[in-house]
Design a protein around this ligand. Structure first.
Ligand code: GRF
Length: 221
């Protein structure tokens, strides 16, 4: 980030974009000092595009199948993000595994949110996997992205109870409410240069009083 300037975000989303919206809202209500320089989507009918239009965020549709290889798609995405001087890339329901050209262009500067308590239930439909496994607690995880599937260093997590009569939809909705809290919070910590990555451990510098309450907001700790 240039000295004294505001954090510039690039968002990658494939669908609904409710996490994208939570970041827009956090910026609007000034709990997050950042600007969204670009939305990239691989899906021309993503609802995220409507959100971008409504809030005056520049967006690009980049279709992977128009490129000769997966790497070329990610080279194009990285070029677009770099040309807009993006500091941090946010995956918000981006339904692809990020390719090496993008990861190498933004080392420890790509975040993802996953709807389970990693390392449990990586990959698709983490909420369904949690229900089928029979866990009593699940939640969501914000992590830096590496080349694996939901394997990068964990920044923050929040937990919710799982009840015996939950459906995938009900559990997903309960988790989503927390996603919308912890994702802007993780970006805020990054914007304040408070995240230090040591191997696969992310250390949060300074007081982080909301840490415990994020683990279980109902405790109000
Ligand atoms: C969220 O559940 C997120 O955890 C996962 O994909 C979903 C995206 O939802 N990575 P939305 O598009 O942000 O509403």
């Amino acid at each position: 980030m240039e000295c004294g300037s505001q954090l510039r975000l690039g968002v990658l989303a494939s669908g609904r974009g409710s996490n994208f919206q939570s970041i827009i809202d956090a910026i609007d209500n000034k709990t997050l000092k950042a600007e969204i320089a670009l939305l990239i989507t691989d899906n021309p009918s993503a609802l995220a595009i409507e959100r971008a239009k409504k809030h005056g965020v520049a967006y690009l549709v980049i279709k992977p199948r128009e490129f000769g290889s997966r790497d070329e798609f990610y080279i194009k995405a990285a070029d677009e993000l770099k040309s807009r001087r993006v500091d941090l890339v946010i995956l918000a329901g981006f339904m692809r595994i990020v390719g090496k050209p993008l990861i190498d262009s933004f080392p420890h500067r790509i975040m993802n949110i996953h709807p389970a308590l990693l390392p449990a239930f990586p990959g698709l439909r983490g909420q369904k996997q949690a229900l089928e496994y029979g866990v009593k607690v699940s939640g969501c995880t914000v992590h830096f992205v590496d080349e694996g599937m939901d394997t990068g260093p964990i920044i923050t997590q929040a937990a919710v109870p799982v009840y015996h009569d939950d459906t995938e939809e009900i559990l997903s909705e309960r988790i989503l409410k927390l996603e919308h809290k912890i994702y802007p919070e993780a970006i805020r910590l990054f914007s304040e240069s408070r995240l230090k990555v040591e191997g696969r451990i992310v250390r949060i510098q300074g007081n982080f009083p909301s840490d415990a309450s994020l683990v279980n907001p109902s405790l109000g700790l």
